[in-house]
Write a protein that binds this ligand. Structure first.
Ligand SMILES: [Zn+2]
Length: 54
């Protein structure tokens, strides 16, 4: 039996601040791309760390 009701593939994404290079791991689609707490600018996607491969 499939317990697979989510439409979206859930992924961890590593984001980085382009200015101070601080990185953070977020979980999409539940989290939005964060803003750097020091620079107050939007962080950029650095790497997609795919979890559920199929
Ligand atoms: Zn920053």
């Amino acid at each position: 039996m499939k317990i697979f009701t989510q439409r979206y593939k859930r992924e961890f994404i590593e984001v980085a601040c382009p200015k101070c290079k601080k990185t953070q791991i977020i979980y999409v689609p539940e989290e939005d791309i964060p803003t750097c707490e020091f620079c107050k600018i939007k962080m950029i996607i650095k790497e997609v760390l795919t979890e559920g491969k199929y």
